[in-house]
Design a protein around this ligand. Structure first.
Ligand code: IP8
Length: 257
């Protein structure tokens, strides 16, 4: 079983409020269909849908004021809208996608997922479907509500369901020796041990309420420790998502123990 994370920078125009990157989503959907490698779970990030809304209403900090409940709902709605666009495109591309809303099946405890009932996800997989989940605004037992990142969800799904491979698709080739957006001499690292990650991936945290790339790496480390192969690829380069799903040689960074 594989899990594909479609980062917010891949499925949305990050600098345009609530603007889906339909062109990218269509190409990637086609690559997924062509790869034809199932079982597969897709998890997508929030990008310019979930993050700006969550930030405006300070949802990640939990409930401090009752008026935030509208913002909590709006954050979830933003994610539902993005999820609908993605699932519609996947279905048109012949990927048997099925939308699953994380906030309807789980809650966090102090921003962390502790127990996750994966039986529903498992049943959809057994039916031959591709569950499509996402980072979401969720109930939290300590702070009333919280933002669950798609990456945290992936780490837990991977460990509970025994995923063989996780593919993190983003807008960068992987992890570099220096920030590639500032230093043209920065070199891509083909392998990085999760024990000594000092990521140089550029600043992706400007609107991310869930910690950007650093947050992603610490969640990915959990999945690596759980036994999954983890690879980071650039989804803006045609063919890389398809090759990664097929387990072929591809430009990217492998995370190891
Ligand atoms: O982009 C966060 O998911 P992420 C989703 O995977 C929301 O961190 C609701 C901001």
């Amino acid at each position: 079983m594989q899990i594909l994370k479609l980062g917010g920078s891949v499925v949305t125009h990050k600098d345009e409020y609530m603007s889906a990157h339909t062109e990218n989503i269509k190409r990637i959907a086609k690559e997924i269909a062509e790869a034809g490698s199932y079982p597969l779970i897709i998890v997508h990030g929030g990008g310019s849908f979930g993050h700006p809304v969550a930030k405006k209403h300070r949802i990640a900090e939990g409930m401090v004021d009752k008026s935030q409940i509208f913002g909590f709902s709006e954050t979830h709605q933003a994610m539902v809208k993005l999820n609908e666009i993605i699932v519609d495109i996947l279905l048109k591309a012949d990927v048997p996608a099925f939308a699953i809303s994380p906030s309807s099946m789980l809650y966090t405890n102090g921003k962390r997922l502790n127990e996750l009932d994966t039986s529903i996800v498992k049943e959809y997989i057994e039916l031959g479907m591709v569950p499509v989940l996402y980072g979401d605004a969720v109930l939290d037992s300590e702070q009333t509500f919280a933002i669950l990142s798609g990456d945290q969800l992936i780490a837990q799904l991977s460990n509970d369901l025994g995923a063989d491979r996780i593919i993190f698709a983003s807008d960068v080739d992987g992890i570099f020796t220096d920030n590639p957006k500032l230093n043209p001499d920065a070199k891509l690292l083909k392998k990085v041990s999760v024990g000594n990650i000092e990521a140089n991936v550029g600043d992706t945290t400007h609107t991310d309420v869930t910690g950007g790339m650093q947050g992603k790496l610490s969640e990915a480390a959990e999945a690596v420790k759980g036994g999954a192969d983890v690879i980071m690829v650039n989804a803006f380069e045609a063919g890389r998502v398809k090759a990664a799903i097929r387990g072929e040689k591809v430009i990217g960074t492998f995370l190891t123990l």
